[in-house]
Write a protein that binds this ligand. Structure first.
Ligand code: AMP
Ligand code: GLY
Length: 442
């Protein structure tokens, strides 16, 4: 980083003499959106991504290093003179990438290992919530099948079974009957389908209500919430089919009022940030609360320690601030006076996924028509599982392949634009939900 004058990080104008080399870790739609947003900052000189995807190649240099290869990433950050590293996925954070980079004098946007436990261990998160008075589903922790089964026999249904550790979004099973619950317990603890993530499990009460997400920047003390959003986790329309990483999102979420969001931040994110600070594990980065608006107010379903995917594809297109100063202020503990400005329009983001996702799927199908959407105002296509064929064509290379985000004056308008844009994308092996944002119309 070339500092020529001291900057208070108040606006990007203060940075007009500084330019930075950036490294973004990850390869999904979330990371493409972060790249697109950072690219607009006058503070940025060159962006590298590791490993990135085909859609990110135009705006960044792709390094073929996996997100969990922390040694490789560290070497790359040093050799490319990286001034700021932004970590997309949870795995490197939970494995301590921030601690490793900081020990070498490198700046990272993303919490250290001790704070990343909030996502790395659901038991850690539940216990911290309990100690901090944060509303969350009533729960019990088990390390043996027998005790879990005895508990299941006594409880009312449905019950939610959760593997403690990281399970790529698959470690949560909602069981409607004792048999289902037993199968979930056996899957995690005997068949070990989530590996060591299932050494211990949580069994918790099933909540009902409207689900929404609140993401916030925090510098360890101050909490700066982003606009609300709602993810669509099931694979098919009407919330049917298996859970996925997320099939679409929209922002803001009109089903929850500004007052609800403030209450959620005050009752959930703020107490957690304060507890972590008190425990000597200050959280700096982006904190994500997955919430359920119950009859008794907002309850936490989970915390994530990074931007959501695909929430990010619906939130960042609405953020007017330069994101780079926000990230620097987060790292440097200077968020106190910062205000965020939002495009008042709605953003709807629809994920196009490979047929078969979240189960097995085939790769290598040509994706055509993307060039038709390049210069359309209010439409952005963010890539996830894409790569380039030898002939230069985009081809599918993952489960979630693209996210088509559209801004509109209403949810309806944004939906119309997103689905119209999707019509010009031609690929033989993609499917998408037709009802992203529909709940907001009711
Ligand atoms: P999580 O990975 O904890 O967000 O869980 C994935 C999904 O499972 C959530 O988005 C909810 O739809 C559902 N879920 C998790 N915990 C509960 C709960 N206690 N009650 C009802 N649904 C839940
Ligand atoms: N969209 C849910 C997540 O990012 O975990």
């Amino acid at each position: 980083m070339r500092y020529i004058k001291g900057a208070e990080f108040q606006s990007s104008r203060d940075f007009d003499v500084i330019t930075m080399n950036i490294l973004i870790i990850g390869s999904g739609g979330r990371e493409h959106t972060i790249l697109w947003k950072m690219k607009q900052s006058p503070l940025v000189r060159q962006i590298y991504v590791a490993p990135g995807n085909a859609g990110m190649r135009r705006d960044a240099k792709c390094l073929s290093i996996k997100p969990d290869d922390i040694d490789g990433l560290l070497r790359a950050a040093k050799s490319h003179g990286i001034d700021l590293t932004v970590v997309g996925p949870e795995l490197p954070l939970v494995e301590g990438i921030t601690d490793r980079f900081e020990a070498e004098g490198l700046k990272v946007f993303g919490p250290r290992k001790a704070a990343a436990e909030l996502e790395g261990s659901k038991i850690f998160a539940k216990e911290l919530m309990e100690q901090s008075g944060v509303p969350t589903a009533r729960f019990k922790i088990f390390d043996s099948i027998e005790k879990a089964e005895r508990y299941i026999a006594r409880e009312k249904f449905p019950l939610v079974i959760k593997a403690d550790g990281l399970a790529a979004g698959k470690g949560v099973i909602i069981s409607k009957t004792p048999d289902e619950a037993k199968r979930a317990v056996h899957g995690a603890m005997r068949e070990r389908i989530f590996g060591e993530a299932g050494d211990r499990i949580i069994i918790e009460e099933c909540l009902s209500g409207e689900e929404f997400s609140v993401l916030a920047f925090t510098d360890g003390e101050n909490v700066l919430p982003l606009a609300s959003s709602q993810d669509h986790k099931r694979a098919y329309d009407n919330d049917e089919g298996p859970n996925t990483g997320g099939m679409g999102a929209y922002s803001p979420c009109p089903l929850v009022s500004d007052k609800d969001i403030k209450e959620a931040v005050d009752r959930t994110i703020k107490p957690i940030v304060a507890s972590l600070k008190k425990d000597g594990a200050p959280y700096k980065g982006l904190i994500y609360a997955g919430l359920m608006m119950t009859q008794k107010g907002p309850y936490v379903l989970e915390f994530n320690v990074r931007f959501g995917d695909p929430e990010t594809q619906s939130i960042l297109p609405r953020l007017k601030n330069d994101i780079v100063p926000l990230m620097l202020e987060t790292i440097e503990g200077k968020l106190k006076t910062r205000k965020l400005e939002w495009d008042p329009r709605f953003c709807v983001s629809v994920v196009m996924a490979s047929k078969g996702y979240p189960g097995d799927y085939r790769k290598g199908f040509a994706i055509r028509g993307l060039e038709l959407l390049e210069d359309i105002e209010d439409i952005r296509v963010f890539h996830a599982g894409t790569s380039l064929a030898d002939n230069g064509e985009f081809i599918t290379n993952g489960g979630r392949v693209l996210a088509v985000s559209a801004l509109g004056a209403s949810v309806e308008d944004a939906r119309d634009k997103a689905y119209k844009a999707i019509k010009s994308i031609k690929c033989d092996n993609l499917f998408y939900r037709k009802d992203i944002g529909v709940r907001a119309l009711k």
